[in-house]
Design a protein around this ligand. Structure first.
Ligand SMILES: Nc1ncnc2c1ncn2[C@@H]1O[C@H](COP(=O)(O)OP(=O)(O)OP(=O)(O)O)[C@@H](O)[C@H]1O
Length: 248
């Protein structure tokens, strides 16, 4: 398990959050803190509300009630682009790459200076080179995203969040379907960025990822945070295991 790396400043504070879709309460009175430099994983059975929670943090959904604060500033009702500019980055299960752009163009498009080409200087180019190396995509720079292998597409999605210099990374099942070698690279990459101070929250069904990366695990079920603790505490709890494996 990685260690607590910094002061316990709370970057993101969620309080009393609720989200109803018609008669369905997808999120129910959720309170959660994401402290700086900490890796938090969200686990729970299908339909527990994990993605809905991410969608409210990133502004893609408006909560029915409750509050979300980023460094003390309220986020509810702020548009997604503005939330992203504040330093909250996200990857999606369906990756959402620019399929017909090259790997480099996909990365460049999220960099601060991308729309000001005359400002796109040597340091930006060097940063792209560094990200390509870190994600194992250096040899694929000029290939179109659509032509990449599955794991490469996942790493390109990571490369984009790295290039955006986000302070908080919200990752939706980033390791699903990775082969063992890509999996190890992925774990090393996240540990490295967490060490450098990035705060990470991961939705993950892969329990190897949960064990290897989590500083803290929040277990969700039917829209509620049922428990939060170390991966050892959460994964060895027979009650939670029964819920997770559909044997309640
Ligand atoms: N836009 C929507 N309209 C109606 N119901 C929705 C909507 N989005 C999610 N839901 C419902 O809210 C509940 C929580 O869904 P959510 O996708 O957040 O769960 P999850 O924990 O991310 O699941 P999974 O692990 O399968 O991705 C589910 O019952 C889902 O069907």
């Amino acid at each position: 398990m990685s260690q607590t790396r910094s002061s316990n400043e709370i970057l993101l504070e969620i309080r009393g959050l609720n989200k109803n879709f018609g008669g369905l309460q997808a999120i129910s009175d959720v309170s959660l803190d994401l402290p700086a430099g900490i890796i938090t994983t969200l686990v729970g059975p299908n339909g527990a509300g994990k993605t809905t929670l991410f969608n409210m943090v990133t502004g893609h959904l408006v909560p029915t009630s409750g509050t979300i604060h980023w460094l003390g500033e309220p986020l509810v009702s702020m548009p997604p682009w503005k939330i992203a500019r504040k330093g909250i980055g996200r990857t999606f299960q369906d990756l959402r790459l620019f399929n017909h752009m090259t790997v480099q163009e996909n990365i460049q498009s999220v960099m601060e200076n991308s729309s000001w080409l005359w400002q796109f200087g040597a340091s930006d180019a060097a940063r792209i080179d560094e990200i390509l190396e870190e994600t194992g995509l250096a040899g694929k720079r000029n290939e179109r995203a659509v032509d990449l292998a599955y794991a490469e597409r996942k790493f390109l999605s990571m490369a984009r969040i790295m290039a955006a210099k986000s302070k908080l990374w919200l990752l939706d099942e980033p390791a699903s379907g990775l082969d063992p070698r890509s999996f190890d690279r992925f774990v090393a990459l996240l540990k490295d960025y967490a060490r450098r101070g990035v705060t990470i929250c991961i939705i993950e069904h892969n329990l190897d990822i949960v064990i290897q990366l989590s500083d803290t695990v929040a277990f969700l079920d039917q829209g509620k945070v049922l428990a939060q603790g170390s991966s050892e505490e959460i994964l060895k709890d027979p009650h939670l295991a029964a819920i997770y494996f559909g044997d309640r």
